[in-house]
Design a protein around this ligand. Structure first.
Ligand code: ADP
Ligand code: MG
Length: 222
């Protein structure tokens, strides 16, 4: 008996503009727990759409999305709970709130989940320290460098300790050294804490560092 995969797609299709743009055309995918997978492929091939579908941000037109064996779009599924408990997102544009501090940005992920303010603060600071940002915790997001913002976004994705991490070009805005450093941190987390990582990348070195690569072309795996 094999273990239930962390995630599975079965025949997932997604179109935009009333069907004129077929972003995904029947995609099957299985990712085991503890595995890291790099999604590669040309611009417009459906990579971001695939991540959005994996992250339950887009509902597929056809097919099934299973997280830890549960079909997320079937009747009775609690999407809010799935998002809060199963998923951590690291997106290209960081999505930080510029007027809030690094710490407050990380704490946002804990609102509604951790009632005690002091506990939210402790957890946020803990992750910022682990990612080498302890001394920047009280700086506003708007004054942080690109690399620092990316780390804050990573801390925010990790503070809930989700089993599945989704990242769209996590190193895309970083110089090569910062990108390699961030990737090393992500891979260490995957290894030490048994996380599953699915990332989209254009960087062959990033793709090579993952356990497995899958190439999307015109909305299907090549
Ligand atoms: N919200 C949207 N509305 C209309 N078309 C979209 C939308 N999102 C993506 N697309 C189209 O779907 C296709 C796949 O896009 P995307 O998933 O962003 O590819 P990639 O991330 O590989 O560049 C492209 O043709 C893109 O223009
Ligand atoms: Mg994209």
């Amino acid at each position: 008996m094999s273990e239930v995969p962390q995630l599975e797609l079965r025949g997932v299709a997604k179109s935009y503009e009333g069907g004129r743009v077929r972003a995904l055309r029947g995609v099957d995918l299985v990712v085991a727990r503890g595995e890291s997978l790099a999604i590669v492929g040309p611009s417009g091939s459906g990579k971001s759409t695939l991540l959005a579908v994996l992250g339950t941000l887009e509902r597929p037109d056809a097919g099934e999305v299973l997280l830890a064996g549960r079909s997320v779009w079937s009747a009775g599924s609690d999407l809010a709970a799935v998002r809060a408990l199963e998923l951590g997102f690291v997106f290209q544009l960081y999505n930080l709130v510029p007027v809030l501090s690094a710490r407050e940005n990380v704490e946002l992920a804990l609102h509604g989940r951790v009632a005690a303010r002091a506990e939210r603060r402790r957890r946020a600071l803990d992750w910022l320290e682990r990612l080498g940002l302890g001394d920047r915790a009280e700086a506003r997001a708007s004054v942080l460098s690109g690399g620092e913002r990316q780390r804050v976004a990573l801390a925010r994705a990790l503070v809930n300790d989700p089993p599945l991490l989704l990242a769209d070009e996590p190193t895309g805005a970083l110089d090569r050294a910062s990108g390699q450093h961030l990737l090393a941190e992500l891979r260490q987390l995957v290894r030490e804490r048994g996380k599953t990582l699915v990332l989209v990348t254009h960087d062959p070195a990033v793709a090579e560092a993952c356990d497995r690569r899958a190439r999307l072309v015109d909305g299907a795996f090549a």
